[in-house]
Design a protein around this ligand. Structure first.
Ligand code: SAH
Ligand code: SF4
Ligand code: F3S
Length: 454
């Protein structure tokens, strides 16, 4: 029914939720489906296939998917009245975590596909065309999706993502990722290098290495030896034309000496690190099964700052984890004060079905969580504001990424991940330029292009 006949192009709309790894996966699925007759479009109303690449991390994220499915169902009914049709597919972490429950709750869904089975999408589409009911694939196949999913031809964005590691073996007691993405695996060094070279050849100037636990990377290197992330970054830095390297998300326990040394020695490695700590209380960290103490985190931060004094830090926090008392929360605020973050994300604990945290005694009341979150966010926001304000008057290297909101304006980023708006001609996209920062806001900067180029 929906497998396009040769020569007939169909339209694909993808909506991506959750982390950057989903963004990467969506692009790879789009390039694979392009070879099966689908062109990606920006408007679901015209699409023959709508794919929701979903996130299961917090309840709100998962629930959004079902309300979107309700809207799409109505859109499809309208299409059918007009003589057309639309396939609805659910991919990503909700698909993996809920599997058949997705089609029980939303029986009109055609395809449910987990994050390890994306390369089988063409086959699932063909199966759907032959059957009446929905088809589900949430297996963890032996073959790797990375070997099967083609990369897009054509131009790369200036700043590209590259997944080097997937899954997680840490089992923090609040988190669904070990269940939705499975065991931790790393892609071989040669494969990562080939993909990185290809991205640079197609125009990428910055690569962000991705993994749910990216600094646990231990890919197979030449001669069968294992390489850590620090080693991989050094090798990537040798690619001509690759100006900037970043990586995310890291676990404090996996910040090893080699990776910290890379921050000292590799100029392409940007001085910005997202290093989630979740809580400033040892008692809570233990209950979360984070497997490090507050003192360990402090030591890691000190070592990073010793290696790269200007490194800017970002973090994730959870408030209201079961058993968290006011004094634990006060310890989190104290750690934030002490470390000083350039940027951070913070969340109310969301009990996720099947995780140990959901069943723990001492669940914290919603009103208490909301009140703690507001206090923490006020402090974090003040730190971001101060960090941005400190850049005013400085001259910073900025990588020009894309057009800005207004004509004649471009958007770029500082080494510390801040967005900068400036006037510059469009043909300078992809250039690393020197910018004098003239204005600082809470979430972005404005600047003036300096004539001296970098
Ligand atoms: N691998 C990363 C985090 C991945 S999830 C790490 O180890 O830090 C991204 C963030 O979502 C987490 O850092 C955490 O702060 C938040 N998060 C995960 N599960 C959550 C839950 N059940 N409730 C609230 N926030 C959660
Ligand atoms: Fe989730 Fe913890 Fe793994 Fe991060 S380290 S993905 S928070 S289980
Ligand atoms: Fe969400 Fe899955 Fe990423 S749960 S945060 S999309 S790994």
């Amino acid at each position: 029914m929906n497998e396009p006949r040769p020569g007939v192009r169909k339209k694909l709309f993808i909506k991506t939720y959750g982390c950057q790894m989903n963004v990467y996966d969506s692009d790879r699925m789009a390039s694979m489906l392009a070879r099966h007759g689908y062109d990606r479009v920006e408007d679901p109303a015209a699409a023959d296939l709508v794919l929701l690449n979903t996130c299961h991390i917090r309840e709100k994220a998962a629930e959004k998917v079902y309300s979107e499915l309700g809207r799409l169902r109505r859109l499809r009914e309208q299409r059918r009245r007009e003589g057309g049709d639309m396939l609805l597919a659910v991919a990503g972490c909700v698909a993996q975590a809920e599997g058949e429950a997705v089609t029980e709750r939303a029986p009109f869904v055609d395809i449910v596909v987990g994050p390890q089975a994306y390369h089988r999408l063409p086959e699932l589409l063909a199966r759907r065309a032959r059957s009446r009911g929905g088809v589900i694939d949430t297996s963890f196949p032996r073959e790797s999706k990375f070997d099967e999913l083609p990369r897009e031809d054509g131009e790369s964005p200036v700043t590209a993502f590259l997944t080097v590691q997937e899954g997680c073996d840490k089992f923090c007691t609040f988190c669904v990722v070990p269940y939705t993405r499975g065991a931790e695996t790393s892609r071989p060094v040669a494969e990562v290098l080939a993909e990185a070279r290809d991205l640079v050849r197609r125009g990428a100037r910055e690569i962000t290495l991705l993994g749910q636990n990216v600094n646990a990377y231990h890919g197979e290197g030449p001669g069968g030896r294992e390489w850590g992330l620090g080693r991989l970054i050094r090798e990537l830095a040798g690619i001509p034309g690759l100006l900037r390297i970043r990586y995310t998300t890291s676990h404090p326990r996996d910040m090893d000496a080699e990776l910290i040394a890379a921050h000292r020695e590799v100029p392409q490695l940007m001085p910005f690190l997202h290093l989630p700590v979740q809580s400033g209380s040892d008692r809570v960290l233990r209950a979360m099964n984070r497997r490090h103490t507050v003192a360990d985190y402090r030591r890691t931060v000190a070592a990073l700052r010793e290696a790269r004094p200007d490194i800017a830090l970002s973090s994730d926090f959870i408030v209201g984890f079961p058993g968290e008392e006011e004094r634990d929360f006060a310890a989190t605020l104290a750690l934030v004060e002490e470390v000083g973050f350039a940027q951070a994300y913070s969340f109310k604990f969301s009990p996720r079905p099947g995780t140990p945290g959901a069943a723990m005694p001492g669940q914290v009341r919603e009103t208490v969580k909301a009140e703690r979150l507001a206090r923490l966010q006020a402090l974090l926001e003040e730190q971001t504001r101060r960090f941005n304000a400190a850049q005013r008057g400085r001259e910073l290297p900025v990588l020009l990424e894309r057009p800005g909101r207004h004509p004649g304006q471009l958007l770029g980023r500082t080494p510390y991940m801040q967005s900068v708006h400036l006037e510059a001609p469009e043909q300078r996209i992809g250039d690393l330029v020197s910018v004098r920062i003239t204005e600082a806001h809470t979430h972005s900067l404005a600047g003036r292009l300096q004539t001296r180029s970098m």
